[in-house]
Design a protein around this ligand. Structure first.
Ligand SMILES: NC(=O)C1=CN([C@@H]2O[C@H](COP(=O)(O)OP(=O)(O)OC[C@H]3O[C@@H](n4cnc5c(N)ncnc54)[C@H](O)[C@@H]3O)[C@@H](O)[C@H]2O)C=CC1
Ligand SMILES: O=C(O)CCC(=O)C(=O)O
Length: 411
């Protein structure tokens, strides 16, 4: 099932258990605005190359729209639409004053030089600058983008609108980025995992973890799990996969990956088939890369008892049903990975106030927000007798529906 069909299905189930009016349901589903732009740049060799860029602004009932920019060859409008909608429910679950958006360019950033990436980002920003803004729509990094991408967006936007640090988050610290933002999604994933396990009288220190994806989210999550005494027994990324049933030495693996640009041939682990990662022996599986990786083909073979959705939309609804029958507990993306956008909110607040928080304050507030959201989701699950995904969707959809009704539709 494609990402949009899956997200719409989860939304409609939440609307049904909340008893939403069908007209309100329809209005919440249709995106506020869909932007599609041509981005042509000269390559370093002088030839021209064209890409298609998207920004889907899903909803702004609770505040400015918010969400990352993805650079990946498989970026398409349906997927960006689904990811934008997920951002609307995610910011509401986190209870931060935003709506939802997502953007992307269908390109392979690994095949572009540093200066080609800069030109592409600047052209994209030129095409969308009058539709984003600190109080309109605030981009951030996602797969294939990083703080440098945000620095270029900030610079290009500022040429049109004057210095505007709050127009993007996930910026370099020197340009008004927040301490703790780079690690925030991974740290939030770990706080979310702690909250779930504590509920069941368990802790990270007696669990074995398998992590798909070792980029921003996966590598920070692995580092914090390791520091908390958890065993990361398998890790994969686009270059390969590595395992060690006794637990991988994550600081050494990070160094190995930095030096060799690959996970393969790590001296304290064994190479494994990346396709095996999702079904390997572990207690907790953390998909932290692409969407749709858990589906009806592999869900029955999953050995983990817990799935923590560090990535966006890693589990499609058919897999959800299979996993639920097996008794696997799934902590959904719109809660599990909301630490990133929560610290993006802290960054935006700091930019607007012109005041910088220390890292301890950022992490302490993040923990508070993650714990509070978990309790709110649990309360929804109890009221509606549903699983954590439906509890999180119902929480988010209900908050957005309330704001929408309060605003009204009078023209
Ligand atoms: N960066 C952020 O703050 C947030 C990211 N997310 C989500 O987390 C996921 C990962 O994002 P980032 O870590 O930021 O991206 P990233 O670009 O930093 O890292 C992506 C990782 O996935 C790996 N990967 C790509 N294809 C793969 C494959 N076929 N098999 C195994 N690994 C593969 C890459 O090698 C890389 O390690 C995405 O779903 C993103 O939407 C969610 C919330 C916030
Ligand atoms: O930090 C942000 O604003 C966006 C993060 C994001 O794209 C996501 O949570 O999927």
């Amino acid at each position: 099932m494609n990402a949009l069909a899956a997200t719409n299905r989860n939304f409609r189930n939440a609307a049904r258990i909340l008893g939403l009016d069908s007209k309100l349901e329809k209005s919440l589903l249709i995106p506020f605005r869909e932007i599609k732009v041509e981005c042509t740049i000269p390559k370093d060799d002088g030839s021209l190359v064209s890409y298609v860029g998207f920004r889907i602004q899903h909803d702004n009932a609770r505040g400015p729209m918010k969400g990352g920019i993805r650079y990946h060859p498989e970026v398409d409008p349906d997927e960006v639409n689904a990811l934008a909608q997920l951002m609307t429910w995610k910011t509401a679950v986190a209870d931060i004053p935003y709506g939802g958006a997502k953007g992307g360019i269908g390109c392979d950033p690994r095949e572009l030089s540093f200066s080609e990436l800069e030109r592409l980002t600047r052209v994209f920003t030129q095409k969308i600058h009058d539709l984003i803004g600190a109080h309109r729509d605030v981009p951030a990094p996602d797969m294939g983008t990083n703080a440098q991408t945000m620095a270029w967006m900030l610079d290009e936007y500022s040429k049109f609108h004057g210095h505007s640090p709050a127009v993007v988050t996930g910026k370099p610290i020197d340009l008004g980025g927040s301490l703790g933002r780079e690690a925030a999604t991974g740290l939030g994933v770990v706080f979310a995992t702690e909250a779930l396990l504590a509920e069941l009288g368990k802790s990270i220190s007696n669990m074995k973890f398998a992590i798909q994806g070792f980029g921003n989210v996966g590598s920070w999550a692995a580092k914090f799990i390791h520091e908390n005494g958890g065993k990361v027994v398998a890790v994969s990324d686009i270059t390969g996969a590595v395992k060690n049933p006794e637990g991988l030495n994550i600081p050494a693996l990070l160094k190995h990956r930095e030096n060799s640009q690959s996970l393969k041939d790590f001296e304290f682990g064994e190479n494994m088939d990346p396709n095996e990662l999702l079904v390997c022996e572990c207690d907790v599986l953390m998909p932290s890369a692409l969407g749709g990786v858990l589906n009806k083909e592999n869900a029955a073979d999953v050995k983990a008892k817990f799935i923590i959705e560090a990535a966006n939309h890693p589990t499609d609804p058919e897999a959800d049903e299979i996993l639920s029958k097996k008794g696997v507990i799934v902590l959904p993306d719109i809660y599990a990975n909301c630490g990133g956008v929560t610290v993006s909110y802290f960054e935006w607040v700091q930019n607007i106030q012109g005041f910088m928080w220390d890292e301890e304050k950022v992490n302490c507030e993040l923990k508070k927000y993650m714990r509070r959201s978990f309790q709110h989701i649990k309360a929804m699950c109890k009221t509606h007798e549903c699983n954590l995904r439906m509890g999180a969707f119902a929480l988010g959809v209900n908050r957005v529906a309330r704001s929408t009704l309060l605003r009204g539709w009078e023209a």
